[in-house]
Design a binder for this molecule. Structure first.
Ligand SMILES: Cc1cc2nc3c(=O)[nH]c(=O)nc-3n(C[C@H](O)[C@H](O)[C@H](O)COP(=O)(O)OP(=O)(O)OC[C@H]3O[C@@H](n4cnc5c(N)ncnc54)[C@H](O)[C@@H]3O)c2cc1C
Length: 421
């Protein structure tokens, strides 16, 4: 890894951002025999895939992206290619919901519940104006049964990571299976996503420049000149693989973004809180799904060697900045004997190179994304925030990164040979 100042470095492809999108692009470019450089603003790779060793737990935890859903085809292919392994969160002995009527045991919605959720999805799909408004507006107008309303709110409180008043109503239109089963957030990577980031980088052969915040990407007669915190790069192509909420710090030709461009200025409201705990006094594994209280989702993850219990909770940060005492009080509503021994989290909103968590699409964002060109004469964009198929996910990051790399390979092949590959 290179953090030294460079005067002007010539390369074939410059990738801006060493998150999973940038790293997947670098890995995919390996086969093209091109010189590839990565300019990364922070002092580490991985971005919002951030596996970190937590001394209090004596193990690695995920401060960012964690769960690998069954449909994550490209991530799963990489896991296999690199010989990495997945494991599941433990089965829970106690599954609770925390809805408007209080805390109650419930593992699944049951047959009647699933039917209620199916009908709610149908109602939302047919609601006039759903596609133009916010999720809160659509939920308010749909006239749902209170239980169904609470279930959908709970789902969105951990899936969207932003207040429902701030997000596109289409975020409510999930697959029925996804909506009905909070337990499908189970599969994770052994060694955390840090292992995937390291494997992608190691296999890419790319040159990495840390502390290299990019500020401008300008076109030249032969390609691009890009300025960064460590110096300038000239290249034939550039792949911008940074979060939507940091794009405004870079001066570049927005043609590549099409209708997504206005969202760069205003950003998206994704600001989830993800808190990790070491708890004492916990006898059995527990999972909570909540439309009320401090968490949208809370679960115990692992029994530690000293008898403590590792647990994690997710909720939109907009719902306040609780203290450890507040968290303990909330957790004791679920597990009366629990005490918090240690707590940690990463403030993604304050993180200068993230400025938020995963994309929480503002109203109108999905329409804009569908019409985005994705590349413009050698300038490409990638990232989980810009994935139309898997927005705001590890899969979206990997898939868009690989697609941008393929597009670069085609363009450069055409420039060199005059033949479309
Ligand atoms: C708390 C949390 C929980 C999540 N949970 C899940 C989950 O369970 N499952 C799931 O699939 N997804 C989850 N996600 C989403 C997933 O982590 C992201 O969608 C994915 O990691 C984004 O990857 P990316 O490469 O697009 O962006 P990033 O990982 O953000 O990478 C962008 C990189 O660009 C760098 N950068 C920014 N600005 C500049 C600049 N000006 N110059 C140079 N470099 C720059 C950043 O430092 C960063 O390294 C979660 C995210 C968070 C934050």
């Amino acid at each position: 890894m290179n953090t030294q100042q460079i005067p002007v470095r010539d390369t074939d492809v410059l990738i801006v951002g060493a998150g999973l999108a940038g790293l997947a692009a670098a890995h995919r470019l390996r086969s093209g025999g091109l010189r590839v450089d990565i300019a990364e603003a922070s002092d580490r790779i991985g971005g919002r895939a951030f596996g970190w060793f937590w001394p209090e737990a004596g193990r690695m935890i995920e401060l960012g992206g964690t769960w690998i859903l069954p449909g994550f085809r490209e991530v799963r292919a990489l896991v296999e290619e690199f010989g990495l392994e997945l494991f599941d969160s433990p089965d829970t002995a106690a599954s609770l919901v925390h809805f408007r009527d209080g805390v109650a045991p419930m593992a699944t919605p049951g047959e009647d519940g699933v039917r209620g959720l199916e009908m709610a999805l149908q109602t939302l799909r047919e609601l006039p104006g759903t596609t133009a408004g916010t999720a809160a507006d659509a939920l308010g107008r749909a006239g749902l049964d209170p239980w169904v309303h609470d279930w959908m709110t709970a789902t969105q409180r951990y899936l969207a990571g932003a207040p429902l008043t701030d997000i596109d109503a289409r975020h409510l239109l999930l697959d029925l299976d996804e909506l009905a089963d909070p337990e499908h957030y189970k599969a994770q990577l052994h060694g955390t996503t840090a292992a995937l980031a390291a494997a992608l980088f190691g296999a890419s052969g790319a040159a990495l420049h840390l502390d290299a915040a990019v500020t401008t990407v300008e076109r030249t007669a032969t390609g691009f000149i890009t300025t960064s915190g460590v110096g300038a790069f000239t290249s034939i192509a550039v792949i911008l693989a940074v979060p939507l909420n940091t794009m405004a710090t870079i001066d570049f030709d927005h043609t590549v973004l099409g209708g997504v461009s206005p969202f760069v200025r205003d950003g998206h409201p994704g600001a989830s809180r993800k808190d990790w705990f070491v708890l004492d006094g916990v006898v059995e594994h527990c999972r909570v799904f909540a439309s009320e209280g401090l968490f949208g989702y809370f679960r115990t993850e692992r029994r530690l060697k000293d008898g403590g219990m590792l647990a994690v909770g997710l909720a939109p940060a907009a719902e306040g900045k609780p203290t450890v005492d507040d968290f303990e009080e909330q957790i004791r509503e679920y597990i009366p004997s629990a005490t918090v021994r240690a707590h940690t989290s990463h403030d993604w909103e304050a993180d200068a190179w993230a400025r938020g968590t995963w994309i929480a699409p503002p109203a109108g964002f999905y329409d804009a994304l569908a019409g985005m060109p994705a590349d413009s004469a050698g300038l490409h964009v990638a990232g989980g925030d810009l994935s139309a198929d898997f927005p705001g996910t590890l899969e979206g990051a990997v898939a868009t990164g690989r697609r941008a790399a393929e597009s670069v390979l085609h363009t450069i092949h055409y420039q060199k040979t005059g033949v479309r590959s």
